[in-house]
Design a binder for this molecule. Structure first.
Ligand code: PMV
Length: 311
């Protein structure tokens, strides 16, 4: 079955965050957490409203009003539908600013809900492209990987080919589902900030950073093979080296390092930050059946966790 008509998918980046912004490959996959939206039209002439609610109906930290207005104006403008009186309610079980792609999932859910309210049939590519434009409002210079997985909801090998949103995607295959333990550092981090820190460092010394990005690219390509063969030990080693290089890019954090240490001590074959870093989330893999001790150890240390599967 294709993606759900009102949903945007949360994601993890298995290998390749940050270097993906510079045109290198990355592997990303959806997780079981997502954002759902419902759009209604009222007869009022008021500005469009995007109300952000959690699954249980309690109001969450609302999105900044100026951003929600710009996103609503962009979406209604591009879809050619009236903005006045539009109300979009968002139901999310994805934690925000956690490196799990919540902002892209949010944009995809809102676009799909608005399109469906006005009986517009958008292709997944159209949804993804418009979500990329929304991400530019929130993020600045996104690679496009978040909106891609948020839209298609399946694991992909991704590479950006130009700054305007051009990219290539290939499906990722695994012989059997690979369990992934996710730990939330509890520290909210803005991807736009870590991306701009890396950019500043790269601008000062492009050769030094380009060589780190190229090393990460090689890990990603090796990861595609490891996934194809279901070689979890090899995949884990690649993730561990990727974490070392993310640390070299200075986007790790003390909480992420703690989560990585806990996961490895509990038997993880690979553990690294996922997404923008600076806080956010950590992912760890183990042989099937091996993720429960990792989840338990992170919980004991007081971290929120989530178990998903790469399939
Ligand atoms: O923090 P997230 O889930 O939005 O992931 C960001 C991934 C980066 O590679 C750091 C940025 C990007 O646009 O690809």
């Amino acid at each position: 079955p294709g993606p759900d008509a009102h949903v945007g998918y949360g994601k993890i980046i298995l290998l390749g965050e940050h270097s993906v912004v510079y045109g290198h490959h990355a592997i990303a996959a959806p997780i079981g957490l997502s954002v759902r939206a419902e759009a209604t039209r009222t007869t009022s002439s008021a500005e469009p409203v995007i109300a952000d609610w959690s699954v249980d109906g309690s109001l969450r930290e609302p999105i900044r009003e100026d951003i929600s207005h710009r996103v609503a104006a962009l979406i209604t403008g591009r879809l050619g539908v009236p903005a006045a009186g539009l109300r979009v309610e968002v139901f999310s079980d994805l934690p925000r600013a956690s490196g799990l792609g919540a902002s892209a999932a949010f944009a995809v859910a809102v676009i799909r809900a608005v399109a469906s309210r006005f009986d517009l049939r958008l292709s997944d590519a159209e949804v993804s492209n418009l979500a990329f434009e929304c991400e530019r409002i929130v993020h600045g210079t996104p690679s496009g990987i978040d909106n891609t997985v948020a839209t298609f909801g399946r694991p992909v090998l991704f590479r950006k080919t130009d700054a305007a949103g051009g990219h290539e995607i290939h499906d990722i295959v695994t012989p059997y589902p690979i369990p992934v333990a996710i730990g939330l550092s509890g520290v909210h981090a803005l991807t736009s900030q870590t991306v701009s820190l890396v950019r500043t460092a790269w601008q000062k010394n492009p050769a030094r950073y380009d060589s780190i990005f190229a090393q990460i690219d090689a890990l990603v390509l090796a990861g595609v093979d490891a996934l194809r063969h279901g070689d979890i030990a090899e995949l884990g080693e690649l993730m561990n080296i990727n974490q070392g290089l993310l640390n070299a890019l200075q986007v790790s954090s003390p909480e992420i390092e703690q989560l990585v240490a806990i996961a490895r001590r509990a038997g993880a074959l690979g553990a690294k930050l996922t997404g923008g870093g600076g806080g956010g989330a950590m992912i760890a893999i183990a042989e099937p059946g091996g993720t429960e001790p990792i989840i338990a150890a992170m919980r004991r240390a007081g971290f929120a966790t989530y178990l998903t599967e790469l399939r």
